[in-house]
Design a protein around this ligand. Structure first.
Ligand SMILES: Nc1ncnc2c1ncn2[C@@H]1O[C@H](COP(=O)(O)OP(=O)(O)OP(=O)(O)O)[C@@H](O)[C@H]1O
Length: 266
Protein backbone atom coordinates (compact mmCIF):
# COMPACT_ATOMS: atom_id res chain seq x y z
CA UNK A 1 0.00 0.00 0.00
CA UNK A 2 1.23 3.52 -0.85
CA UNK A 3 2.56 5.42 2.17
CA UNK A 4 3.39 9.09 2.80
CA UNK A 5 5.31 8.74 6.04
CA UNK A 6 7.01 5.60 7.27
CA UNK A 7 8.99 5.27 10.46
CA UNK A 8 11.01 2.30 11.60
CA UNK A 9 12.51 1.53 15.01
CA UNK A 10 11.82 5.09 16.03
CA UNK A 11 12.75 6.29 19.50
CA UNK A 12 11.25 9.56 20.68
CA UNK A 13 11.82 11.69 23.74
CA UNK A 14 13.80 14.54 25.22
CA UNK A 15 17.28 15.43 26.34
CA UNK A 16 16.67 17.85 29.23
CA UNK A 17 20.01 19.16 30.49
CA UNK A 18 21.83 16.50 28.46
CA UNK A 19 19.98 13.65 30.17
CA UNK A 20 18.14 11.19 27.97
CA UNK A 21 14.40 10.82 28.54
CA UNK A 22 13.05 8.12 26.23
CA UNK A 23 9.26 8.30 25.87
CA UNK A 24 8.87 5.44 23.37
CA UNK A 25 11.36 3.26 21.59
CA UNK A 26 11.46 0.94 18.58
CA UNK A 27 8.05 2.00 17.26
CA UNK A 28 7.24 1.50 13.58
CA UNK A 29 4.26 2.51 11.42
CA UNK A 30 3.17 4.08 8.13
CA UNK A 31 0.63 6.74 7.21
CA UNK A 32 -1.39 6.12 4.07
CA UNK A 33 -3.09 8.58 1.72
CA UNK A 34 -6.89 8.42 1.75
CA UNK A 35 -7.01 7.35 5.40
CA UNK A 36 -7.97 8.99 8.67
CA UNK A 37 -5.64 7.63 11.37
CA UNK A 38 -6.43 8.29 15.03
CA UNK A 39 -3.72 8.07 17.70
CA UNK A 40 -5.09 7.17 21.12
CA UNK A 41 -3.42 6.51 24.45
CA UNK A 42 -3.38 7.56 28.09
CA UNK A 43 -2.35 11.02 29.32
CA UNK A 44 1.40 11.46 29.19
CA UNK A 45 2.10 8.31 27.17
CA UNK A 46 3.76 10.32 24.40
CA UNK A 47 1.18 11.10 21.70
CA UNK A 48 2.17 14.77 21.29
CA UNK A 49 5.85 13.83 21.40
CA UNK A 50 5.30 11.35 18.56
CA UNK A 51 3.30 13.86 16.50
CA UNK A 52 5.88 16.63 17.02
CA UNK A 53 8.65 14.23 15.99
CA UNK A 54 6.77 13.22 12.82
CA UNK A 55 6.25 16.91 11.96
CA UNK A 56 9.99 17.54 12.31
CA UNK A 57 9.45 19.90 15.27
CA UNK A 58 11.76 17.87 17.50
CA UNK A 59 14.48 15.38 16.55
CA UNK A 60 14.02 11.64 16.85
CA UNK A 61 16.33 10.05 19.41
CA UNK A 62 16.93 7.08 17.13
CA UNK A 63 15.47 5.34 14.09
CA UNK A 64 14.32 6.55 10.73
CA UNK A 65 11.42 8.68 9.47
CA UNK A 66 10.90 8.63 5.71
CA UNK A 67 8.69 11.20 4.01
CA UNK A 68 7.97 10.16 0.39
CA UNK A 69 10.98 7.84 0.66
CA UNK A 70 13.38 10.64 1.72
CA UNK A 71 14.63 11.15 5.29
CA UNK A 72 12.41 13.74 7.02
CA UNK A 73 15.51 15.49 8.36
CA UNK A 74 16.72 16.14 4.79
CA UNK A 75 13.74 18.38 3.94
CA UNK A 76 14.33 22.16 4.03
CA UNK A 77 11.62 23.94 6.08
CA UNK A 78 9.72 25.29 3.07
CA UNK A 79 9.65 21.91 1.32
CA UNK A 80 8.45 20.29 4.53
CA UNK A 81 5.67 22.88 4.83
CA UNK A 82 4.47 21.84 1.36
CA UNK A 83 4.22 18.22 2.53
CA UNK A 84 2.86 18.37 6.09
CA UNK A 85 0.18 20.69 7.48
CA UNK A 86 0.19 20.85 11.26
CA UNK A 87 -2.57 21.84 13.69
CA UNK A 88 -1.40 22.00 17.30
CA UNK A 89 -3.42 22.81 20.41
CA UNK A 90 -1.36 25.84 21.42
CA UNK A 91 -3.08 29.17 20.76
CA UNK A 92 -1.49 31.30 18.09
CA UNK A 93 -0.32 34.64 19.31
CA UNK A 94 -1.60 36.98 16.59
CA UNK A 95 -4.78 38.47 18.11
CA UNK A 96 -5.01 41.30 15.56
CA UNK A 97 -5.47 39.03 12.52
CA UNK A 98 -8.78 38.03 10.94
CA UNK A 99 -9.79 34.44 10.22
CA UNK A 100 -9.12 35.01 6.53
CA UNK A 101 -5.65 36.41 7.22
CA UNK A 102 -4.78 33.45 9.48
CA UNK A 103 -5.94 30.97 6.84
CA UNK A 104 -3.89 32.98 4.31
CA UNK A 105 -0.75 32.19 6.34
CA UNK A 106 -1.31 28.62 5.17
CA UNK A 107 -0.24 29.80 1.71
CA UNK A 108 3.17 31.01 2.95
CA UNK A 109 5.13 27.97 1.64
CA UNK A 110 4.08 29.10 -1.86
CA UNK A 111 4.22 32.91 -1.68
CA UNK A 112 7.02 35.42 -2.18
CA UNK A 113 9.18 36.89 0.61
CA UNK A 114 6.44 39.38 1.58
CA UNK A 115 3.74 36.73 1.67
CA UNK A 116 1.69 38.44 -1.05
CA UNK A 117 -1.33 36.34 -1.98
CA UNK A 118 -2.21 36.06 -5.67
CA UNK A 119 -5.88 35.83 -6.77
CA UNK A 120 -5.35 32.04 -7.05
CA UNK A 121 -4.07 31.95 -3.43
CA UNK A 122 -7.09 34.00 -2.32
CA UNK A 123 -9.39 31.50 -3.99
CA UNK A 124 -7.68 28.58 -2.23
CA UNK A 125 -8.08 30.43 1.09
CA UNK A 126 -11.79 31.04 0.41
CA UNK A 127 -12.29 27.37 -0.50
CA UNK A 128 -10.55 26.21 2.69
CA UNK A 129 -12.75 28.51 4.79
CA UNK A 130 -15.80 27.17 2.97
CA UNK A 131 -14.75 23.52 3.46
CA UNK A 132 -14.70 23.86 7.24
CA UNK A 133 -18.01 25.74 7.19
CA UNK A 134 -16.94 29.14 8.56
CA UNK A 135 -17.46 31.65 5.69
CA UNK A 136 -19.57 33.76 8.08
CA UNK A 137 -16.49 34.18 10.32
CA UNK A 138 -14.01 35.12 7.57
CA UNK A 139 -13.67 38.77 8.60
CA UNK A 140 -13.88 38.10 12.35
CA UNK A 141 -10.83 38.77 14.51
CA UNK A 142 -9.23 35.51 15.74
CA UNK A 143 -9.32 36.76 19.35
CA UNK A 144 -13.13 36.97 19.14
CA UNK A 145 -13.68 33.28 18.33
CA UNK A 146 -14.79 30.39 20.49
CA UNK A 147 -12.36 27.47 20.95
CA UNK A 148 -14.27 25.41 18.37
CA UNK A 149 -14.33 28.24 15.84
CA UNK A 150 -10.60 28.79 16.35
CA UNK A 151 -10.00 25.07 15.84
CA UNK A 152 -11.90 25.17 12.54
CA UNK A 153 -9.85 28.21 11.49
CA UNK A 154 -6.61 26.31 12.14
CA UNK A 155 -7.89 23.31 10.16
CA UNK A 156 -8.76 25.68 7.28
CA UNK A 157 -5.20 27.08 7.46
CA UNK A 158 -3.82 23.54 7.14
CA UNK A 159 -6.15 22.90 4.18
CA UNK A 160 -5.00 26.11 2.47
CA UNK A 161 -1.46 24.76 2.79
CA UNK A 162 -2.50 22.03 0.31
CA UNK A 163 -0.35 19.28 1.80
CA UNK A 164 -0.83 15.56 1.29
CA UNK A 165 -0.41 15.02 5.01
CA UNK A 166 -2.18 16.80 7.87
CA UNK A 167 -1.21 16.12 11.48
CA UNK A 168 -3.45 17.42 14.27
CA UNK A 169 -2.87 17.25 18.02
CA UNK A 170 -6.20 16.83 19.82
CA UNK A 171 -8.37 18.74 17.32
CA UNK A 172 -11.51 17.75 19.23
CA UNK A 173 -10.37 18.97 22.65
CA UNK A 174 -12.62 21.76 24.00
CA UNK A 175 -15.37 21.08 21.44
CA UNK A 176 -18.96 20.25 22.34
CA UNK A 177 -20.10 16.76 21.36
CA UNK A 178 -21.77 17.62 18.02
CA UNK A 179 -18.71 19.70 17.04
CA UNK A 180 -16.37 16.80 17.92
CA UNK A 181 -18.38 14.50 15.64
CA UNK A 182 -18.61 17.14 12.91
CA UNK A 183 -14.84 17.82 13.03
CA UNK A 184 -13.88 14.14 12.83
CA UNK A 185 -16.42 13.51 10.07
CA UNK A 186 -15.02 16.46 8.13
CA UNK A 187 -11.44 15.19 8.51
CA UNK A 188 -12.49 11.68 7.44
CA UNK A 189 -14.25 13.14 4.39
CA UNK A 190 -11.17 15.20 3.49
CA UNK A 191 -8.95 12.12 3.78
CA UNK A 192 -11.24 10.08 1.55
CA UNK A 193 -12.25 12.70 -1.01
CA UNK A 194 -8.93 14.54 -1.32
CA UNK A 195 -6.75 11.48 -0.81
CA UNK A 196 -4.94 13.05 2.14
CA UNK A 197 -3.19 11.18 4.92
CA UNK A 198 -4.64 12.62 8.12
CA UNK A 199 -3.24 11.71 11.54
CA UNK A 200 -4.74 13.09 14.73
CA UNK A 201 -4.46 12.39 18.43
CA UNK A 202 -7.60 12.24 20.50
CA UNK A 203 -9.03 11.19 23.85
CA UNK A 204 -12.45 10.73 22.20
CA UNK A 205 -11.91 7.00 21.94
CA UNK A 206 -15.46 6.00 21.00
CA UNK A 207 -15.53 8.51 18.16
CA UNK A 208 -12.11 7.31 16.99
CA UNK A 209 -13.46 3.74 16.98
CA UNK A 210 -16.35 4.76 14.77
CA UNK A 211 -14.64 7.17 12.40
CA UNK A 212 -11.00 6.18 11.93
CA UNK A 213 -9.79 4.00 9.09
CA UNK A 214 -6.68 3.13 11.05
CA UNK A 215 -6.01 3.28 14.77
CA UNK A 216 -2.65 3.73 16.52
CA UNK A 217 -2.88 2.72 20.17
CA UNK A 218 0.08 4.02 22.13
CA UNK A 219 0.95 2.33 25.43
CA UNK A 220 4.03 2.40 27.67
CA UNK A 221 5.87 -0.32 25.84
CA UNK A 222 4.23 -0.56 22.44
CA UNK A 223 2.40 1.04 19.53
CA UNK A 224 -0.43 -1.24 18.31
CA UNK A 225 -1.65 -0.57 14.80
CA UNK A 226 -4.73 -1.80 12.98
CA UNK A 227 -8.30 -1.06 12.10
CA UNK A 228 -10.62 -0.44 15.06
CA UNK A 229 -12.12 -3.89 14.46
CA UNK A 230 -8.74 -5.68 14.36
CA UNK A 231 -7.57 -3.99 17.57
CA UNK A 232 -10.88 -4.99 19.17
CA UNK A 233 -10.51 -8.57 17.99
CA UNK A 234 -6.90 -9.02 19.19
CA UNK A 235 -7.71 -7.69 22.68
CA UNK A 236 -5.63 -4.47 22.41
CA UNK A 237 -8.61 -2.19 23.03
CA UNK A 238 -9.79 -4.21 26.04
CA UNK A 239 -6.27 -4.08 27.50
CA UNK A 240 -6.27 -0.28 27.11
CA UNK A 241 -9.83 0.44 28.24
CA UNK A 242 -10.85 -2.21 30.79
CA UNK A 243 -10.56 -1.31 34.47
CA UNK A 244 -12.85 -1.22 37.50
CA UNK A 245 -16.30 -0.19 36.30
CA UNK A 246 -15.29 0.35 32.65
CA UNK A 247 -15.33 -2.34 30.02
CA UNK A 248 -14.83 -2.46 26.27
CA UNK A 249 -17.47 -4.47 24.43
CA UNK A 250 -15.68 -5.78 21.32
CA UNK A 251 -18.86 -7.08 19.66
CA UNK A 252 -20.68 -3.76 19.96
CA UNK A 253 -17.43 -1.69 19.62
CA UNK A 254 -18.67 0.26 22.66
CA UNK A 255 -17.28 1.33 25.99
CA UNK A 256 -19.63 0.27 28.77
CA UNK A 257 -19.71 1.91 32.18
CA UNK A 258 -21.00 0.20 35.27
CA UNK A 259 -23.35 2.79 36.74
CA UNK A 260 -23.92 1.51 40.26
CA UNK A 261 -22.52 -1.00 42.77
CA UNK A 262 -25.58 -3.24 42.34
CA UNK A 263 -25.49 -3.07 38.54
CA UNK A 264 -22.55 -5.29 37.56
CA UNK A 265 -21.59 -6.15 33.99
CA UNK A 266 -23.30 -9.31 32.88
N1 LIG B 1 9.79 19.41 26.79
C1 LIG B 1 9.76 18.28 27.51
N2 LIG B 1 10.86 17.85 28.16
C2 LIG B 1 10.86 16.70 28.89
N3 LIG B 1 9.78 15.89 29.02
C3 LIG B 1 8.64 16.28 28.37
C4 LIG B 1 8.56 17.47 27.60
N4 LIG B 1 7.32 17.58 27.09
C5 LIG B 1 6.64 16.49 27.52
N5 LIG B 1 7.43 15.72 28.29
C6 LIG B 1 7.07 14.44 28.93
O1 LIG B 1 6.92 13.47 27.92
C7 LIG B 1 5.87 12.57 28.24
C8 LIG B 1 4.90 12.47 27.09
O2 LIG B 1 4.26 13.74 26.95
P1 LIG B 1 3.23 14.00 25.77
O3 LIG B 1 2.79 15.41 25.87
O4 LIG B 1 3.84 13.54 24.50
O5 LIG B 1 2.06 12.99 26.18
P2 LIG B 1 0.58 12.88 25.58
O6 LIG B 1 0.32 11.43 25.35
O7 LIG B 1 0.41 13.80 24.42
O8 LIG B 1 -0.26 13.37 26.83
P3 LIG B 1 -1.73 14.06 26.94
O9 LIG B 1 -2.72 13.04 26.48
O10 LIG B 1 -1.83 14.34 28.40
O11 LIG B 1 -1.71 15.30 26.09
C9 LIG B 1 5.24 13.07 29.53
O12 LIG B 1 5.76 12.31 30.60
C10 LIG B 1 5.71 14.51 29.62
O13 LIG B 1 5.84 14.89 30.96
Amino acid sequence: MESCITFKNLSIGYRPKHQLRVIASAVSASLHPGELTCLIGANGVGKSTLLRTLCGFQPALDGEILLQDQPLSAYPAQQLARQIGVVLTSRIDVPQLSVKEIVGIGRSPYTNFWGTLTPADQQIVDEAIHQVGIPHLAQRNISELSDGERQKTMIAKALAQQTRIIILDEPTAFLDFPSKVETLQMLRRLAHEQHKAILLSTHDVELALQLSDSLWLMEQDRLSIGTPKSLAADGSLSRFIDRDGIRFNPEGMRIEIENAAHCKFS
